[in-house]
Write a protein that binds this ligand. Structure first.
Ligand SMILES: Nc1ncnc2c1ncn2[C@@H]1O[C@H](COP(=O)(O)OP(=O)(O)OP(=O)(O)O)[C@@H](O)[C@H]1O
Length: 287
C-alpha cells in the first residue's frame, strides 16, 4: 500500500505550497435559527482534524456551508480561493470533496467504474461504462491507497459497509480533492473496519487537509492530531485531544464523560451555559 511521505501531525505541515482551509466568521441561519454562528477555523494540510460536538451542534451544517449545499455568510477559503457564494460543482472543482453519513456509490457498477466516473467528468457515459484495458494511474493509486485493488471488478453493491466508505473516499482521491470533509466515516463500522479507516485517514492525511466529523470518541482519540469542538453552532474549544478533553467547557457539555466511549446524552442547559461562557469571553476579549 502507498505510504505517505509524512504522517499527519498536530498543526499540519505549513509550507509554501501547503493546502489549507481558512474559515472566518461563518454563519448559517435557517429561517432565523442560527445553526452556525461566527465560526473561525483554520486547518493546514497534514493536520488530521476531528470536528466533534453534541447532536445539533452544527457540524454537518458547517460542512454543508463549505461545500455550497446551504447558503452562508462569512468566509471559507481553500488555499486563498473563496468558496462561499460558489456553486457546489465549482467548489468540487477547486478540490474540496466530501462524503456523507450514508455512502453514495453506484451499487450496480463495479468499484473500477465508480472510480472511473469520479475521475472522468467531461467524458461520455458510454466511454465511462466501457471496460478499460487498464485503469488510469490515479485510479490504480486510489485502489491501492483504499485497499480495494482486489475488489476492483466487483459491483459496489456487494461491498461491505466499510468498503463502500473507502470507495467513496477513493472517488474523492481520483477527483484530486486536497480538502476532504468526511461526515461520520466510521458510523456503523466494525472494530476492524474502524482501524482500517483510521489507517486510511493517516495515509491520505499527510498531504491533504482532512476534517472528520465524528461521534466516536475512541476513534477520535486514536487518530485525531487536533480537535475542534462545536456546541450550539459555535466553536467551544480547540486543541490536541488532551487539551480538548481537559477543557472544563467541553467537560460541561459532555457532562464530564467525553473521555468515555460514544457520546453520552447531552444536557441542553450545560450547552447553553458553556456557549454563553464562550460568547461572554469573546465579548470581553473584544472590548
Ligand atoms: N435544513 C435545515 N433546516 C432547518 N434547520 C436545520 C436544517 N439543517 C440543520 N438544521 C438544524 O441546525 C442545527 C445543526 O444541525 P446539524 O445537523 O448541523 O448538527 P450536527 O452537529 O451535525 O448534529 P448530528 O451530530 O446530530 O448530526 C440543528 O438544530 C438542526 O436541527
Amino acid at each position: 500500500m502507498t505510504t505517505p511521505a509524512h504522517e499527519p501531525k498536530a498543526g499540519g505541515n505549513a509550507g509554501m505550497d501547503s493546502e489549507y482551509l481558512e474559515i472566518r466568521g461563518l454563519c448559517v441561519s435557517f429561517d432565523g435559527f442560527k445553526a452556525v454562528t461566527d465560526v473561525d477555523l483554520t486547518v493546514l494540510q497534514g493536520d488530521l482534524r476531528f470536528l466533534i460536538g453534541p447532536n445539533g451542534a452544527g457540524k454537518t451544517t458547517l460542512i454543508d456551508a463549505i461545500t455550497g449545499l446551504v447558503p452562508a455568510t462569512g468566509s471559507a477559503q481553500k488555499s486563498g480561493s473563496e468558496l462561499i457564494g460558489r456553486k457546489v460543482h465549482q467548489i468540487a472543482r477547486l478540490g474540496v470533496g466530501r462524503t456523507f453519513q450514508t455512502a453514495s456509490v453506484f451499487e450496480q457498477l463495479t468499484v473500477l467504474q465508480n472510480l472511473d466516473i469520479a475521475a472522468g467528468s467531461g467524458r461520455s457515459a458510454l466511454t465511462l461504462l466501457r471496460r478499460r484495458k487498464s485503469a488510469l494511474p490515479a485510479i490504480e493509486e486510489a485502489l491501492e491507497t483504499t485497499g480495494l485493488t482486489a475488489l476492483r471488478d466487483k459491483p459496489a453493491g456487494v461491498l461491505a459497509h466499510g468498503q463502500k466508505q473507502w470507495l467513496e473516499i477513493g472517488m474523492l482521491l481520483v477527483q484530486n480533492a486536497s480538502v476532504l470533509l468526511l461526515d461520520e466515516p466510521v458510523a456503523g463500522m466494525s472494530h476492524e473496519e474502524r482501524e482500517e479507516t483510521g489507517n486510511l485517514l493517516r495515509r491520505i492525511g499527510g498531504d491533504r487537509v482532512v476534517i472528520v466529523v465524528e461521534h466516536d470518541m475512541d476513534f477520535m482519540r486514536a487518530f485525531a492530531t487536533s480537535v475542534t469542538v462545536l456546541a450550539g453552532g459555535r466553536v467551544l474549544s480547540e486543541g490536541t485531544v488532551e487539551e480538548v478533553q481537559a477543557d472544563p467547557k467541553v467537560q460541561a457539555v459532555y457532562l464530564g464523560t467525553a473521555a468515555a466511549g460514544d457520546l453520552p446524552p447531552v444536557d441542553a442547559d450545560a450547552i447553553a451555559e458553556a456557549t454563553e461562557a464562550v460568547s461572554t469571553t469573546d465579548l470581553e476579549e473584544a472590548r
